[in-house]
Design a protein around this ligand. Structure first.
Ligand code: TYD
Ligand code: MG
Length: 424
């Protein structure tokens, strides 16, 4: 039974048959008269979420929200549903995991008891589909794909067959109407939603909610997005009243202590269209017997191994007898090579027990030859560094003529860069 969170108006079930394939094939239109999905996007007003979605939800699309159990998926989607409902776009929350009363409890906590938001507690796929078709909401949350089952299919909810059927059926329902279906999926032990690649090709977008369970920072990232960039990240914070946007996302990843301590270096990463100041922390300690440990959080460990080799060969810093730990502050993951220089500086800083000079940020790629290259979009990174109060950004030589800008320091090689940034 569908209930609104406010009243208890129940909605009857009326599964209407969907249009057949031949009818769809006959609907030929000039491209100029087709309205683009983009045009009808609905922004939720949760800026960090809208950013990752590409501007808001798209009618007739299906989006999978994945993440570890307990990370905040249900909270986020309840907030999304409530925000849209409050803006006049009706939303339906189908819960297979929790009872309607439990969802109502969470709704009270996150200010989601609003008009236009209805709730249906069921694990029956047919019932969920019928409710979506009958009420045609702007957004239908289905929480979660692992708890829904198609009766005719047999087999337990959560099995690969069921999960695929649930997603495929809901994708059809979304496409046939103007409802955006937001499907919740728990990440399995293998690290993917419901088994390797089971669902990703069935949906229009896959958004992951990530973070350390005990920390409050949550990152939103698109692994696939037909309607937007997969490079954007959204930054949220789990509070007592739900997920909230953070005031200055860039500052958020700066844990740096003043005055700076050894083993820490700041890079300006560009994730999507947004520059983020991020602290890289390294700890280098003499290893015991056996092969030394190399561990990294937030960075590919192979990148660290490469930088360790470059430091040994081209900067005279030998780490073969040391354990090496590298961490990106705030739970962020960085893939771009522009972080190389800050990682190398953090390693060198820890080994030498000398902090990076105050007011210095780094962004540049380190080649196997020990030479440096400027990072892409160096002007944006410099502007962000200056905005956050850094006096200089150390980088490598650019392509073509060297960039000349106030506060930009160009080094050609890793040894030269370390000479500039490590306090004597
Ligand atoms: P939840 O949304 O249930 O996670 P998921 O659906 O991904 O399993 O969130 C669970 C955690 O979030 C739980 O440990 C409690 C915490 N939480 C808050 O800190 N503040 C809140 O306002 C809410 C609703 C939950
Ligand atoms: Mg949940």
């Amino acid at each position: 039974m569908v209930e609104t969170l406010v009243s208890r108006a129940s909605v009857g079930r009326s599964a209407k048959p969907r249009a057949g394939g031949s009818a769809a094939a006959a609907a030929i239109e000039p491209i100029g008269s087709v309205s683009s999905a983009e045009a009808d996007r609905l922004g939720s007003g949760i800026g960090e979420l809208d950013r990752v979605l590409g501007g808001g939800i798209v009618p007739g699309s299906i989006v999978l929200f994945g993440g570890d159990p307990g990370i905040g998926k249900s909270t986020l989607l309840l907030q999304l549903a409530a925000r849209l409902a409050a803006r006049g776009a009706p939303a339906l929350y189908v819960t297979g995991e929790e009872s309607a009363a439990q969802v109502r409890g969470r709704a009270e906590r996150v200010a989601a008891v609003v008009d236009n938001l209805s709730i249906l507690a069921t694990t029956d796929l047919a019932e969920a589909v019928a409710a979506i078709e009958a009420t045609a909401p702007a957004l239908a949350v289905v929480d979660s794909v692992q708890t829904m089952a198609a009766e005719e299919l047999g087999g337990p909810a959560g099995s690969v067959g069921q999960v695929r059927e649930v997603a495929a059926r809901l994708a059809e329902v979304a496409k046939a109407g103007r409802t955006c279906v937001a499907l919740v999926g728990h990440v399995t032990k293998e690290g993917t939603v419901a088994g390797p690649r089971t669902l990703e090709h069935l949906v229009d977008a896959v958004i992951y909610l990530e973070g350390e369970r005990l920390g409050a920072t949550r990152l939103l990232r698109a692994a696939k997005n037909r309607f937007g960039s997969t490079e954007e990240v959204g930054v949220l914070e789990m509070r007592g009243d739900g997920l909230a946007e953070v005031a200055d996302a860039s500052r958020f990843f700066l844990e740096s202590e003043q005055p700076p301590v050894a083993g820490s270096a700041v890079t300006i990463a560009v994730e999507g269209t947004r520059p983020l100041a991020v602290e890289i922390q390294a700890l280098v300690a003499p290893a015991g017997y056996g092969s030394p440990r190399r561990a990294a959080t937030g960075i590919d460990v192979n990148r660290i191994l490469m930088l360790i080799a470059v430091l040994a060969r081209h900067a005279g810093l030998n780490l073969t007898g040391h354990d090496v730990y590298v961490n990106v502050a705030g739970g962020l993951r960085i893939d771009e090579p522009a972080a190389d220089l800050a990682i190398a500086a953090a390693l060198a800083s820890s080994l030498r027990e000398r902090p990076v000079t105050e007011g210095t940020a780094l962004a540049g790629e380190v080649a196997l030859s020990g030479r440096l290259r400027a990072s892409l979009r160096v002007d944006r990174r410099l502007a962000e560094a200056r905005r956050l109060g850094f006096e200089r950004l150390v980088t490598g030589p650019g392509h073509g003529s060297a960039p000349v800008a106030d506060g930009l320091v160009v080094a050609r090689e890793i040894r030269e860069a370390l000479g500039i940034v490590l306090t004597p």
